[in-house]
Design a protein around this ligand. Structure first.
Ligand SMILES: Cc1cc2nc3c(=O)[nH]c(=O)nc-3n(C[C@H](O)[C@H](O)[C@H](O)COP(=O)(O)O)c2cc1C
Length: 361
């Protein structure tokens, strides 16, 4: 059965070049090239409501789907007849290298009802789902999606397209306004219609034409290729080279020196940035905080609560003060996280008097 289905897939799908590598449309099978739509979404008008906060968020998400972590592994699973079901899955491996190179947050797309680990049975169910235009239920959504401005999205080619769970993911997690980089592992069918399907499902996402795709048998040996692709996009070692790490950073300058914070992608951090530059008085509070009051209250909608210890920058909503922690603290339902210290942490406890707060250069 597997051989029959494989043969069917192989014949039905246009044969693409097997080599791994970054590709644009030219890596799609010739029969698909006219159909693949890679048009970038129109830049929205600059009306207030069309400038989503996501576009300014610095975080990187690496989301992926792989059969291996979406299957119930039977004890007797045959690694020869069902090779890619044995962890790590092909896309899972690619995602791991993207994560290592970008320092992003890894998110495995998982269905609540896993697929069979038998190749034929999995093909059959995937094909049924495709025929029914199904949206398999997922175990979870991405938390605080607004903190991510960049999303690397990985998937295997399933039935000339994408696993239907990828569409559930795109419907539950709105990637509008975000920079999206696709990576895919596949058999002889190449990318097939996958890019077109994803573009239709996320029409407002900025989907890059630079796509990494990789033949299934070469996935395990493509670490260098994946990392080279990520670097060529401008990411290296957990940072965006072109942003040189100063995007969304603020400098708090006192006569003792400068403390630099990396702000998160939250609405509260946006509201603080919008008020800069500031000249404010730093005050002592308790035995672990230095605080200052921005002139205007910060928007705490969907802002994560502060956790951690020394070095955290937070906002205490009832008083409207920004808190620079230099020692551990307890969580509080009104204490929201704005960011974390990047340098100068040792100066915080000695800070006093008038300071300036401005965007880091
Ligand atoms: C249900 C199913 C359908 C597939 N359909 C195709 C296909 O249409 N074209 C293709 O080239 N490969 C197809 N493949 C092969 C996978 O794309 C390929 O093995 C990929 O490397 C698997 O990645 P993973 O291990 O992360 O799941 C299919 C695999 C499965 C399990």
């Amino acid at each position: 059965m597997k051989k029959l289905l494989s043969l069917f897939l192989a014949i039905a799908m246009a044969v693409s070049l097997a080599a791994c590598g970054a590709a644009g449309q030219d890596s799609s099978p010739p029969s698909q090239s006219g159909a693949v739509s890679q048009q970038m979404p129109e830049t929205p008008d600059t009306g207030e409501e069309t400038s989503p906060p996501e576009a300014e968020s610095a975080g990187i998400l690496v989301a992926y789907f792989s059969w291996a972590d979406n299957a119930v592994l039977a004890d007797d699973v045959d690694a020869v007849t069902s090779p890619s079901v044995v962890p790590p899955g092909n896309v899972q491996q690619l995602a791991g290298w993207v994560q290592e190179e970008t320092g992003g947050d890894l998110f495995a797309i998982r269905v609540t009802d896993p697929y069979p680990s038998d190749w034929d049975a999995c093909l059959e169910r995937a094909n049924e789902e495709r025929g029914n235009d199904a949206r398999p239920e997922l175990t979870e959504r991405v938390e605080n999606l607004e903190q991510y401005g960049t999303v690397f999205l990985g998937y295997p080619n399933w039935w000339y397209g994408v696993p239907m769970a990828l569409l559930t993911f795109l419907e539950e997690n709105d990637l509008s306004g975000k920079d999206v980089y696709l990576f895919c592992s596949h058999g002889t069918g190449g990318l097939a219609r996958s890019v077109e399907i994803i573009t239709e499902a996320a029409p407002e996402a900025n989907i890059s034409e630079s796509i990494f795709d990789c033949y299934e048998e070469e996935a395990a040996s493509s670490e260098a290729d994946v990392k080279a692709w990520v670097n060529a996009l401008g990411f290296e070692g957990g940072e965006t080279m072109e942003n040189t790490q100063t995007e969304r950073q603020i400098a708090v300058q006192s006569d003792r020196g400068t403390v630099v914070y990396q702000l998160n992608g939250s609405a509260a951090a946006d509201a603080l940035l919008a008020q800069l530059p500031l000249t404010v008085e730093v005050e002592d509070y308790s035995t672990n905080e230095k605080i200052f009051y921005p002139p205007q209250a910060l928007d705490t909608t969907d802002v994560p609560l502060a956790e951690g210890g020394a070095g955290v920058l937070a906002y205490y909503a009832p008083w409207g003060d920004v808190v620079m922690f230099y020692d551990s603290f307890g969580a509080n339902g009104s204490l929201y996280e704005l960011g974390e210290v990047v340098s100068g942490e040792e100066l915080i406890s000695g800070m006093s008097g008038t300071v300036t707060v401005e965007a880091a250069q």
